[in-house]
Ligand binder design. Structure first.
Ligand code: SF4
Ligand code: SF4
Length: 429
């Protein structure tokens, strides 16, 4: 087997990773889309001046109940607006003024036998979205139930430079995360699961004590993350063979699943790392979905007007021109920089250093794909398998010439099928 590639990134997680998570419980207003981005017809089910409880569904989505967004707060609908979100595109949103009534409005389910059906039902009703990939958790759990899955990993590896929200989640809620992970594994019909993280020795010891040594896995610190299991050995008390099917679930989704099943709670908050050199007090904040990024930055303080704002971490985040965007499921990091990172400076011509090739974990030739795509060499491009790129961003990160390799390889990958079809048509003709 070819040796695993990947790169070591500098860790800029301190001081946020060392501090306890702060809860923002006094948010005045949230902006929430009626539904997650979907092609299905969406019918709003709440209207101006309606009073909402936390967890109230904001819409009905034909054929896709898992796409319905729920109110993250108790409050009153005070308007609607369209938000152009850098991560999710154009969203039709409800604006909700939060009321100070934050009493426990959620009915705790009576003690009952937990079955895979009740877990799926709870995940759908709670509207849980996996922060790893933005996929509704119920869809993942259905896949676990319907296909062969041998091992489930609670993924807290987080090797991008700034983000520490998964670590913060474990620090505050490790036991509940493990419980949610065990419920996800139950849907797969396996007892094989563990939490994977890349922590300092003292934190590893503390986490092992809380969740059990067997249920913790020390992941490799290279980016992008190599599969967080050890094949051919026992993991989480279960042998993971070469051919085992392994799936990953985010630790915030695990936490939400435990709370949905045990407490009947909807998924309404995100833990978000706020960091970057323009932030005075970098920290992890737990906020209701729909809280504006501006509010997060205000809470942590800004040392200057940031020139660059990134939603997500350096490798895979998206630049935003405005702070007036809401935190939505899947957003776990917000970075504010005083200056434009050098990686965003103008590109220069390729010098053929080969770093992009050496670092690509998918074994691709990013510079060659870039060159062929830019020059519209479709026939040669088809052989370069750009569709295998997962957008990890490593090639762009290591390129000394700041070439937009990742975006180009991804675009070339999307064009792959069309090119192959065109070529086939040409050949047939
Ligand atoms: S973004 Fe794609 S081409 Fe670039 S290193 Fe990652 S997998 Fe390879
Ligand atoms: S890393 Fe950049 S400069 Fe080096 S070969 Fe790849 S594209 Fe060219």
């Amino acid at each position: 087997m070819a040796p695993y590639k990947g790169i070591h990134l500098t860790f800029e997680k301190k001081p946020a990773a060392l501090l306890p998570t702060a809860q923002l419980t006094d948010v005045k207003q949230v902006v929430l889309p009626f539904a997650y981005p979907t092609a299905a017809p969406v019918s709003p089910s709440v209207f101006l001046y309606d009073t909402l409880r936390r967890g109230t569904p904001l819409s009905e989505v034909e054929g896709e109940p898992f796409s319905v967004m729920r109110s993250s707060v108790t409050g009153v609908v005070c308007g609607e607006k369209t938000v152009n979100h850098p991560l999710y595109g154009e969203l039709h949103c409800a604006v909700i003024d939060c009321s100070s009534d934050t009493g426990d409005e959620v009915a705790v389910p009576e003690d009952h036998l937990v079955t895979t059906e009740s877990i799926l039902e709870a995940a759908e009703k709670a509207g849980i979205i996996d922060e790893l990939d933005g996929v509704p958790l119920v869809l993942k759990l259905r896949e676990f139930q319907e296909t062969r899955i041998d091992f489930v990993v609670g993924d807290a590896v987080e090797v991008q430079p700034y983000a520490s929200s998964a670590w913060a989640t474990l620090r505050s809620y490790a036991e509940e995360v493990l419980d949610g992970l065990s419920l996800a594994a139950a849907c797969a019909g396996t007892n094989g699961y563990h939490i994977a993280a890349c922590l300092s020795p003292s934190r590893r010891r503390s986490l092992s004590l809380r969740v059990g040594k067997e249920r913790f896995f020390k992941a490799d610190s290279r980016y992008p993350v190599k599969e967080p299991v050890r094949r051919g050995r026992k993991n989480g008390g279960v042998m993971v063979s070469k051919n085992a099917v392994v799936r990953r679930v985010g630790v915030q989704a695990c936490l939400a699943l435990s709370r949905a099943v045990r407490l009947g709670e909807p998924h309404t908050t995100a833990i978000v790392t706020v960091a970057g050199d323009a932030v005075k007090s970098p920290q992890n904040l737990q906020v209701p979905f729909g809280t504006s990024v501006q509010e997060l930055l205000t809470r942590c303080g800004l040392s200057c007007d940031p020139e660059t704002l990134i939603l997500g971490d350096i490798m895979t985040g998206v630049a935003s021109l405005t702070q007036d965007v809401p935190v939505l499921p899947g957003m776990t990091c917000v970075l504010a920089f005083a200056h434009r990172p050098t990686k965003l400076e103008s590109p220069r011509a390729c010098i053929g250093c080969g770093r992009c090739v050496r670092s690509c974990h998918a074994g691709l030739l990013p510079f060659e794909i870039y060159r062929r795509f830019e020059n519209m060499h479709d026939e040669q491009l088809a052989a370069l398998q750009a569709h295998r790129c997962d957008g990890c961003g490593t090639c762009s990160y290591v390129c000394p010439c700041n070439l937009e390799l990742t975006a180009t390889v991804l675009e070339a990958g999307r064009a792959d099928n069309t090119i192959l079809l065109d070529l086939k048509e040409d050949t047939d003709a």
